[in-house]
Write a protein that binds this ligand. Structure first.
Ligand code: PLP
Length: 417
């Protein structure tokens, strides 16, 4: 008798053809809006047109005084660090597990990323932050991994006690909230990506949120020299004299990306509500499945569901390795089941192990990171299987095929041992 498992010659559980998950959703209205931008402006050096419209809409959506668009999330993070006065040799505490761009711009400031162990949800563990604080610590950066808000209440208290800037990387978490407050608004500044698959997408782009005027002027100085710096920084501000050159970099968003992001922002809450429904549906169905476990969501935490993450427990499936388990899922046609790749504990990355060749004389040349430094983050990373979260009711049949695929593999795991 042949196994029903597709990996062993059976028929795949997922029969849907074509792309299973595409992001961002683009319809004819989106197409028309982006195309209209071609006839309006394709370069906007000032805060005008679609850039001003997008920034106004972001300010209203997040309830903040300033939103500044940039060319990418990486640029937004770089600008946020510089705006927060992170200087050479300063230390910034960052989650050990995040997409590296949360922290990598620090190398360009000659500042030191200090990696902090993460908790079961993959987010920075606030109980591990204080032991890392030194006289050189300037800021704490938090990522809301996979769109699940980190414990910003505890982090804010630590930042206040030690007089540190709290910064947020909201790149997974547009529209997520904690106790009714949106991620990206808890600290001095929030930096976001608008990259392709992110919950709010302009294809490429990013933005910084802040309520603080000086931080706003510094982001403009860092990323928007000349026209914007001249018109938005008050003449009597110490930065005004640098308006022509800024700090030497120009990191503007493209107006076509701004048009796409503006169109998407109007739909974001609808997307998030749809994702929440499907995440609940998936959560119910994975609840009693051996081997795969969701990390419980505390009360008051509303994620953006950038990904639904499941922790794989091999001991519940006879010790079956995650690689083979994942292969079996893919063979079932459930190709959106994914293991995190480059979004990994950063002590795995050459830049954090050996920055010297890229940044000679960088302070981290003395104290580098190595495999095994962050056992909890590394364990979670190695045992995570994630799914994108669909947002439309008509996706439910496909979602159920994915559930069937997972159930089938867990029921037949012995054949894979
Ligand atoms: C995508 C991402 C970034 C970088 O954003 P880009 O727009 O790709 O430069 C930074 N941090 C996190 C957590 C991200 O997911």
């Amino acid at each position: 008798m042949t196994s029903p498992l597709a990996l062993l010659g059976g028929r795949p559980a997922v029969t849907a053809t074509g792309t299973h998950f595409a992001w961002p959703p683009i319809d004819d209205t989106t197409r028309a809006r982006v195309a209209a931008q071609l006839d309006t402006a394709i370069s906007l050096p000032g805060r005008s047109g679609i850039v001003a419209e997008l920034e106004d809409a972001l300010q209203a959506y997040f309830g903040v005084r300033h939103a500044i668009t940039l060319s990418s999330g990486t640029a937004a993070l770089h600008a946020a660090y510089w705006a927060a006065h992170v200087n050479a040799w300063d230390e910034v505490i960052v989650p050990a597990w995040t997409f590296h761009a949360t922290a990598s711009p620090l190398f360009h400031l000659r500042a030191v990323p200090v990696l902090c162990e993460t908790g079961p949800d993959g987010n920075i563990d606030p109980t591990r932050v204080e032991e890392l604080i030194t006289p050189r610590t300037r800021a704490v950066m938090v990522t809301h991994l996979w769109g699940r808000p980190a414990d910003t209440g505890a982090l804010r208290a630590i930042a206040e006690t030690h007089d540190l800037a709290l910064l947020e990387d909201g790149s997974h978490a547009h529209g997520a909230s904690l106790g009714g407050q949106k991620t990206g608004t808890f600290g001095l500044a929030g930096a976001f990506s608008l990259n392709g698959p992110k919950p709010l997408s302009g294809g490429e782009g990013g933005f910084v949120l802040t309520d603080d005027d000086d931080t706003y002027y510094r982001v403009l100085t860092f990323a928007h020299y000349n026209k914007r710096a001249k018109s938005e920084i008050p003449a009597d501000h110490p930065l005004a004299r640098y308006a022509v050159t800024g700090a030497g970099l120009k990191l503007r968003i493209h107006p076509l990306a701004a048009a796409l992001a503006h169109d998407q922002l109007g739909r974001l809450d609808g997307y998030l509500a749809g994702r929440a429904e499907i995440a609940r549906h998936l959560g119910d169905r994975f609840a009693d499945m051996p081997g795969l476990h969701a990390v419980p969501m505390p009360c008051g935490v509303i994620p953006s569901w950038y990904g639904l993450t499941l922790i794989y427990r091999p001991e519940e499936l006879g010790g079956l390795g995650i690689e083979r388990f994942h292969q079996a899922l893919l063979a079932e046609g459930a190709t959106e089941f994914d293991r995190p790749g480059s979004t990994c504990p950063m002590n795995r990355l050459s830049l954090y192990r050996q920055p010297g060749p890229l940044f000679p004389g960088h302070p981290l040349s003395h104290r580098r990171y190595a495999e095994g430094d962050f056992p909890l983050a590394e364990h979670s990373y190695r045992h995570t299987i994630k799914l994108p979260v669909w947002h439309r009711g008509e996706d439910l049949p496909l979602v159920d095929q994915y559930v069937r695929a997972a159930r089938k593999v867990t029921e037949h795991y012995k054949e894979l041992l």
